[in-house]
Design a protein around this ligand. Structure first.
Ligand SMILES: [Zn+2]
Length: 126
C-alpha cells in the first residue's frame, strides 16, 4: 500500500484519544538554580566550587497574579510527569485547533490567514 499522510479525520481521532489518556496536569513553569552564598571560605567559593542547591521554584499565574513555591528535588521528580503532561496537552490542543481551523476554512470557503492577525489584548508583561 502506498504511504500517505493520515487523513485529517483520522488525525483528529488520534489527537482526541491521546488527550483522553493524559492524567494529572500541573500548570506553571519550573526553574532550577544553583547558588553561591556570601560567606567567604564556604565550599561554594572553592575551586572547583560546590554550589548550593539545586533550588527548584515552581511559578504559576492565578487571576493575573504570579505565585511561586519552592519544591524539593524529590518533589520535582515526583511531579515532573505532571508538568510534562501540561506541555503535551498544549501541543495536542494546538494541533487540534489547527485541524479545526482547516475544517472551518474548507466548510466555509474562507482563507483565515488572509484576514490579518488577531488583536491581542493587553501588552507583554514586565
Ligand atoms: Zn556557600
Amino acid at each position: 500500500m502506498p504511504k500517505s499522510p493520515p487523513s485529517p479525520e483520522r488525525r483528529h481521532r488520534e489527537l482526541k484519544a491521546q488527550i483522553a489518556e493524559i492524567d494529572h496536569i500541573l500548570p506553571g513553569s519550573i526553574n532550577v538554580v544553583m547558588n553561591r552564598c556570601g560567606k567567604p571560605g564556604c565550599a561554594c567559593h572553592a575551586d572547583p566550587p560546590k554550589l548550593h542547591g539545586p533550588y527548584v521554584t515552581w511559578t504559576r499565574k492565578i487571576a493575573g497574579k504570579t505565585l511561586t513555591r519552592r519544591l524539593t528535588p524529590e518533589q520535582l521528580e515526583r511531579y515532573r510527569p505532571w508538568f510534562e503532561n501540561n506541555h503535551r496537552l498544549r501541543e495536542l490542543i494546538s494541533e487540534l485547533q489547527a485541524l479545526s481551523l482547516k475544517a472551518l476554512e474548507q466548510t466555509e470557503g474562507w482563507d483565515l490567514k488572509s484576514t490579518g492577525g488577531q488583536k491581542k489584548p493587553g501588552r507583554r508583561g514586565r
